[in-house]
Design a protein around this ligand. Sequence first.
Ligand code: GLN
Length: 480
Amino acid sequence: MEGKDLRYIQTELLNGNLTMQQLVKYYLSQIEKTSHLNAYTEIFREEVMHAAEQIDHHIRTHQQLPGPLTGCVISVKDLICIKDHKVSAGSRILDGFRSVYHATAIQYMLEAGAVIIGRTNCDEFGMGSASTHCIHGAVRNAADPDRIAGGSSGGAAVAVQIDSCLVAVGTDTGGSVRQPASMCGVYGFKPTYGLVSRYGLIAYASSFDQIGLLAHNPEDIHRVMEIISSADPMDVTMYRNRLYADSPDQEDTFAGSPQKIAVFKELLNSDNMDSAFAWAFRQNIQRIQSQGHEVEEISFPWLDYLVPCYYILTTAEASSNLSRYDGVRYGYRTAQYQSLEEMYVKSRTEGFGHEVKKRIMLGTFVLSEAYYDAYYTKAQKVRRLIHDFMDTLFKNYDFLLLPTVTQTAWEIQNPPSDPLKVYMSDIYTVLANLCGLPAISVPEALDESGLPFGMQCVSGKKQDKKLLHHVMDMQKWHNS
Ligand code: GLN
């Protein structure tokens, strides 16, 4: 099925050249062949075969597809709730916990005819850049199984990379969809904050978290976005209307019309960028210019503030969000304790992994009375300045072009020695989350070791459709 999009699958299903059962069996065999990559934490074998059988029956008897997403087999990151299934958030603290409802986005997809093949592995509570901080073990990259898949939605990226589903549903707080997509050579899209319901997404940092999508092409992402961007009364931070589906289709008017694209001067002149990336980045600019678009270098004075601002605010929000895991309400409880206090402490000590504990401590520190103004308040102010800068930028430009990552996938056994370096590697992705902007990582090229990397295109708030259509246009141009 590799290289085939939803439109093709749906045509074949209607023609009778393909059945859902054949399609699902193919995906299941892909999962089996690649189980050493540890992309999945659970496979819904019987459930998905049963759903496929019912869809085949419907198509045979009605000669039509039951829904707009029929034929769309999805995987779901283990941080998003699926009714009557376990959800672990990659953590021991949720041991044995089962969800009693579907996340809204999942519910919408299922109602539109999608089926779920399984849950994908990820970093604990979405905290990480490598999918190695996980109770289920590290995810491995199909391009080189000794290397990381990126994170935190590493399982989702590998699920698409190995062609075991059409679309993988992930989450992106600071790049967790785009960064692994880049490292695995697939598309990864984070929508505008508030466009897709967060209900049923286990919270890490609520003002940053968004559900995102990974796929082999932007068309399939667009098809799913039309369904999941409907309003949801369960998420008060959402836009009320069907912003994505109702914004005009830009395909006809947009193709070929010149766009203004910004790049940050500081990046082009930076020594930090790997030489393969710098080369690819410049190639990309030339390609865009040769298509008739205008590329302008502009100065971005906030580059050094992105990562500190992101980590202060997200750890603060995480320390508050994760206080609900107390051994009483959900999942794991320590076996032996003398007092309530001891039960809380031991359950959390045994239940959370090292990275999560580090972030809870950091977050508690920046929220503490003595340091609140010095760190938390200041970071909020910086966030506002960056946000306003980007708002103004998108009044003058259609898109911003950025690299997605600072390096290709590293060896699992040989991670960067300084943990700060791992945090710093989020520098290009956190901007979109700090400002609530939509962004997509597009597969660009391979480095000298044959490892994939992507480039990122960012647009103004609520311009998600324009962004996806722009990428579709570029792809058509590239293939022609
Ligand atoms: N690497 C980032 C972090 O660890 C991004 C996480 C995410 O987007 N969920 O916070």
